[in-house]
Design a protein around this ligand. Structure first.
Ligand SMILES: [Zn+2]
Length: 699
């Protein structure tokens, strides 16, 4: 296989947006008012990392069951994070950050879902063969170049979500492309896939309060694939379409897990002048566009703040991270402010002093007004600083910070004057006050200076957390590219040609082939697109409608009625519908209806009511249902009589609105004739007859 590649040494994604000049004068606009051209002007670029749990019996490197959710607690393990020099002899920025948080990490263990492997007490077992097979299948659907050997690597993970501090991961395929075709966006090109890896899932976070974070280990070590795309997605809607496409590829295998948390995407976003920021763990596709739209403008706003600082001549050196020790003792920008604020009327600071917390004030030279600069909907640069403090210094009490740009809402005017004197702050300077136990207050003051210093670089390299309102919050510093190193516990595993062949022969139909097939059946591009992604696509295929009218009619019918019947049975939406489709609409009952239409036995218009009957009256033989819709010799005569009778009563409805009267008349005529006469024809005949009747009445 000449196209096979080595499983190591993939170049990390470029951090900076290729366009270095920010478009500072681009107006902040809501998502709905933005065009593709607007995002192009902004230099918007986005890519995806999609994590998908695989449906295997066991976890990836041990014999524990996969997919079982633990509720009991048989044991608790407590760990502390300590920084270690990476193999390259440097402290990774992320490692340092995790160390600074001084987190106590608690793992809740349940005997049936975890063993000594996950806790790093025994070496890994052989990699799960089922997982390798599914990963190969996915890589082949995405047309990636397969590796000839799996090389297990260790990817550093220092947030505590993996007890060993690293995740085992193996590249399965790289450099491929899939067709990205979105008719409603006018998009028809390729989405390049950088790589697909097979890796272990991390722990499930249960709580994170102060300096204590608690995890469940049931999910830990479950196999998942990570698909990484190139930053080829050029608008928020395209990004959403890309995420849907990757999800469709995964679903094509039918060997993945579904439901909450089974698929999680990380999104990389940047704009001109900005840098790649990673938004982590977005659970669904719906919220994606707003999230990345807001992130694009957050970056633009940070670049505006940088421009303002540069204009004011603020230098990064002025904000340098103070040397070790308490910053109020080592930095000219920080004072211990408990005494200065001894008489404050501001309750949170008074309470803090009563608790024995340390209150510190930090001077940010040249920042006056900028802490109130908008960054996201409802958030300012002041929030960026507060978040950094919250995540790294872990203050327990809220609020824990005040700043001079919203001074009036917090400390009194006298307090701010006193702080300005104590700090030697001028009118161009901003002041941030934080309060927490001494050690956390020291961390907080340092973080305020660090984050302010980063404002001079523009957009810090961060991972951010998606919030339900479409904004994001700081999560951690983006790990450096050197966090992968070979795993010495696992020998390289050759991928046998026979295995590749076995997977290839039963490779499922890729979603784009499925869409093309539906278009071949006469469906328009959008309907074909929706059907290919719908939970009832399999049912549609089983029913095997004839190309043309029947296929179109059936596709429209399933789209309209399956969700309706699923809802009525309390099988809501999403994965619940998936499991319910064939149970609701058994092919054995729906198939004969489709055949009856195709054989001319019943009218095409009868398909919908017959479909509803077949589902709503499960005990009624399907032959009876078909018989009920077979046209009868007297249908035409009955229709004539009914129309005449209803038109004669057309003064009954209270309204004279012609549309309302027509709706009433249809409701009177159609029962008993539904599916046996053409509704559209009845409607136009009724409309004409009612008009004639009306004309006569007024004459
Ligand atoms: Zn285990």
């Amino acid at each position: 296989m000449p196209e096979q590649a080595d499983g190591r040494g993939v170049k990390p994604p470029d951090e900076l947006n290729p366009r270095r000049e920010p478009v500072l004068d681009f107006p902040d606009r809501p998502l709905a008012e933005m065009t593709a051209g607007d995002y192009d002007a902004l230099g918007f670029l986005a890519g995806l990392e999609v994590h998908q749990q695989l449906r295997t019996e066991r976890k990836l490197f041990c014999r524990c069951p996969a997919g079982r959710r633990a509720t009991a607690v048989d044991a608790e393990v407590l760990r502390h994070m300590r920084p270690t020099l990476s193999e390259l002899g440097e402290y990774d920025g992320t490692a340092l950050m995790e160390f600074k948080t001084r987190k106590e990490i608690v793992y809740l263990l349940e005997r049936g879902t975890v063993c000594t492997y996950e806790m790093d007490d025994t070496p890994p077992f052989e990699i799960d063969a089922e997982a390798v097979e599914i990963a190969l299948e996915l890589a082949m659907i995405a047309d990636l170049n397969l590796v000839s050997e799996l090389h297990v690597m260790r990817k550093q993970y220092l947030d505590g979500s993996i007890p060993t501090g690293f995740q085992r991961t193996a590249m399965v395929g790289l450099t491929g492309a899939v067709p990205l075709r979105v008719p409603e966006l006018g998009v028809d090109r390729e989405l390049r896939i950088r790589q697909l890896s097979l890796e272990e899932d991390s722990c499930r976070e249960v709580s994170d309060v102060g300096h204590r974070i608690t995890f469940r280990t049931d999910r830990l070590g479950m196999p998942l694939t990570e698909v990484v795309t190139e930053p080829d997605l050029l608008t928020p809607r395209e990004l959403q379409a890309g995420a849907r496409l990757i999800a469709e590829i995964a679903r094509a295998t039918d060997r993945i897990r579904r439901g909450p948390g089974a698929a999680r995407q990380d999104v990389n976003v940047s704009v001109a002048g900005g840098r790649r920021v990673e938004i982590k763990g977005v659970p669904h596709h719906r919220g994606l566009p707003r999230l990345v739209h807001n992130e694009a403008f957050r970056q633009l706003n940070l670049l505006r703040i940088r421009a303002a600082l540069r204009e004011r001549g603020v230098e990064a050196a002025a904000l340098a991270d103070p040397p070790g020790g308490d910053p109020w003792a080592t930095s000219g920008l920080v004072v211990e402010a408990g005494g200065v604020l001894g008489a404050t009327g501001y309750r949170p600071v008074r309470d803090a002093r009563e608790r024995g917390d340390t209150v510190v004030a930090v001077r940010l030279p040249g920042f006056a007004g900028l802490l109130a600069h908008r960054t996201q909907p409802g958030a300012t640069f002041g929030h960026e600083i507060a978040e950094r403090v919250r995540v790294i210094a872990c203050p327990v009490h809220r609020p824990f910070l005040a700043h001079s740009d919203r001074g009036a809402a917090t400390l009194g005017p006298g307090d701010w004057r006193a702080l300005r004197r104590a700090l030697g702050a001028g009118g161009d300077d901003a002041i941030v006050v934080v309060w927490a136990p001494a050690r956390d207050a020291a961390t907080a003051a340092r973080e305020v200076l660090i984050r302010a210093g980063e404002a001079l670089a523009g957009v810090p390299a961060e991972t951010r957390q998606a919030r339900a309102d479409g904004t994001t919050g700081f999560e951690r510093l983006l790990p450096g590219p050197d966090r992968m190193y070979p795993d010495t516990d696992t020998p390289p595993l050759p991928i046998a040609d026979e295995l590749v062949e076995t997977v290839r022969v039963r490779l499922p139909e890729p979603p784009w082939a499925r869409r093309a097939r539906y278009e071949g059946l006469g469906l328009d591009a959008r309907t074909a697109h929706r059907l290919a992604a719908a939970p009832w696509a399999g049912l549609f295929d089983t029913l095997d409608p004839r190309a043309g009218g029947t296929a179109r009619r059936l596709a429209a019918l399933l789209e309209r009625r399956v969700p309706y019947h699923a809802r009525r049975r309390g099988r809501g939406s999403g994965s619940a519908v998936v499991g319910a489709v064939e149970e609701i609409a058994a092919p054995g009952r729906i198939g004969p209806l489709v055949r009856a239409v195709e054989g001319g036995e019943i009218r095409p218009a009868a398909l919908a009511p017959a479909f509803d009957d077949a589902i709503e009256h499960p005990a009624r033989p399907v032959e009876d249902i078909v018989a009920g819709y077979r046209p009868r010799a007297d249908d035409a005569a009955r229709l004539e009589a009914r129309i005449a009778e209803v038109v004669a009563r057309s003064d009954e409805p209270a309204t004279r609105d012609p549309d309302a009267v027509l709706r009433w008349a249809m409701g009177e005529v159609m029962p008993g004739l539904r599916g046996r006469v053409d509704g559209a024809e009845v409607r136009s005949r009724l409309a004409a007859a009612l008009e004639a009747e009306g004309a006569e009445a007024t004459a």
